[in-house]
Design a protein around this ligand. Structure first.
Ligand code: HEM
Length: 404
């Protein structure tokens, strides 16, 4: 099955490659060891720790000042910094400056309705491809902020890096820009446009999505003091038993904080950051789904928000935030995991899943270890163009030492 997707939106990359065979080759070229948890732990965890430390320091200052903190925004900035860091080696300073650097997140959200509609309406995409039309709406490298600015940055960074390599310099600790330069299709490097497009894509695909997952988990816990207490008690007990480093390591969360892990699964089940997958087009042979034959060319899609509320699988309380459901039996947890659409499914499953997973399992327990959250405004889960983010989730951060 091919992707129905975003053909006309921007330069050619994984998302915009509709043909399955072409996508497979590109994915093979760009995928690899660097995306695995093992490699991310070895190569990036110490750098992620630096950003976690900085984040906690910044939040401690806000707690001491008794400020109201727009937490959904602050955690999205953390995710954006991680993406700029793994892409270009140095983070752009979202956390350091507590703001949306170059309007990356704000512009992303503004563009979602157009991106979503164009990705789902063939005739509208055709209009956008008319010379002079798309250019009026899509980001441009001359823009002062947003993804146009990012495209310009990616362009300069690729050129700079290629110049250095041309001068005989070697890169000992490759970032994801370097991986894009090293990628080979049929033995050939990617085209200049493809190299630049993929660096940009990573930040587009991985910043606000992970931010939404971070925000979702914290918001559900802020809304439910009993579950927050249980999460905190689990962290405190592991801490007292000497099982947690500072900052908490990914494997420590996985081994010692099962309730925390269940909260992440449950929050992303109920608030999937990319809730409506781009449609697929049924191939020449047709396809049978649930006993119905779909002829070739049929466009099909799904919605994670709905699938994740299946009344049978999540009985008796599909709409409830109940992390305990993930801990009741291994078989049930495996079944729910199998039906999770959080990161998509099939050959186009999220390439950066493990990057997001590592971030979630490090920053969230560290925040809860340091602060209790006093809800100021719960905000809203906003879905635009099939992608979600949070508005106005405000809290006061109560430092744990003070609340003890
Ligand atoms: C919680 C955070 C994230 C969520 C919920 C998420 C979700 C998704 C979903 C639903 C898809 C489409 C899958 C499909 O159509 O079946 C996707 C694709 C993709 N994601 Fe993510 N993602 C997240 C984080 C990231 C991160 C951190 C990165 C990069 C480091 C990333 C890079 C990508 C890429 C490159 C694709 C395109 C894959 C392809 O077409 O082969 N994502 N993601």
């Amino acid at each position: 099955m091919s992707l129905y997707g975003t053909g006309a939106l921007g330069p050619p990359h994984l998302f915009t490659t509709l043909d399955s065979e072409e996508h497979k080759n590109l994915r093979k070229a760009l995928g690899g060891q660097q995306w695995t948890i093992g490699s991310l732990k070895n190569n990036w965890e110490p750098r992620i720790d630096d950003l976690v430390r900085l984040f906690i320091r910044k939040m401690t200052e806000r707690a001491q000042a008794n400020d109201t903190v727009l937490l959904s925004e602050r955690v999205a900035e953390f995710a954006a910094d991680i993406m700029t860091m793994i892409s270009f080696t140095e983070p752009w300073g979202f956390v350091k400056n507590s703001r949306d650097v170059y309007g990356i997140l704000g512009n992303w959200r503004k563009g979602l309705p157009l991106f979503g509609f164009a990705g789902r309406c063939n005739s509208f995409r055709k209009i956008l491809s008319i010379p002079g039309v798309g250019e009026r709406f899509l980001p441009k490298a001359t823009d002062k902020d947003g993804f146009g600015y990012l495209m310009n940055w990616a362009d300069k960074e690729v050129s700079r890096r290629e110049e250095k390599l041309g001068d005989g310099e070697t890169v000992n600790e490759p970032d994801f820009l370097q991986h894009c330069l090293d990628a080979r299709m049929d033995g050939e490097p990617l085209s200049p446009v493809q190299k630049r497009a993929h660096v940009t894509l990573l930040i587009q695909a991985g910043a606000d999505t992970t931010g939404t997952a971070l925000g979702a988990t914290l918001r559900f816990l802020a809304l439910d003091p009993d579950k927050m207490k249980r999460t905190w008690e689990e962290i405190e007990a592991a801490d007292r038993a000497g099982k947690l480093s500072t900052p908490i390591q990914y494997e420590e969360t996985r081994e010692n904080l099962p309730y925390m892990c269940a909260c992440i699964k449950e929050a992303t089940r109920l608030c999937p950051p990319a809730d409506n997958l781009f449609g697929r087009v049924v191939g020449k042979a047709g396809k049978v789904i649930d006993g119905h034959f779909l002829p070739p060319g049929t466009e099909i899609t799904t919605n994670a928000y709905v699938v994740h509320r299946d009344p049978v699988l999540y009985a008796p309380d599909p709409d409830a935030f109940r992390p305990e459901r993930w801990l009741e039996s291994k078989e049930k947890a495996a079944e729910m995991e199998l039906h999770s659409f959080v990161f998509g499914i099939g050959p186009r499953i999220c390439l950066g899943k493990d990057v997001a997973i590592i971030e979630l399992h490090k920053l969230l327990p560290e925040i809860i270890r340091h602060f209790d959250l006093q809800l100021v405004t719960p905000g809203r889960f906003v879905v635009a163009g099939g992608v979600a983010y949070f508005n106005d989730f405000n809290v006061k951060l109560i430092a744990r030492e003070e609340s003890a």
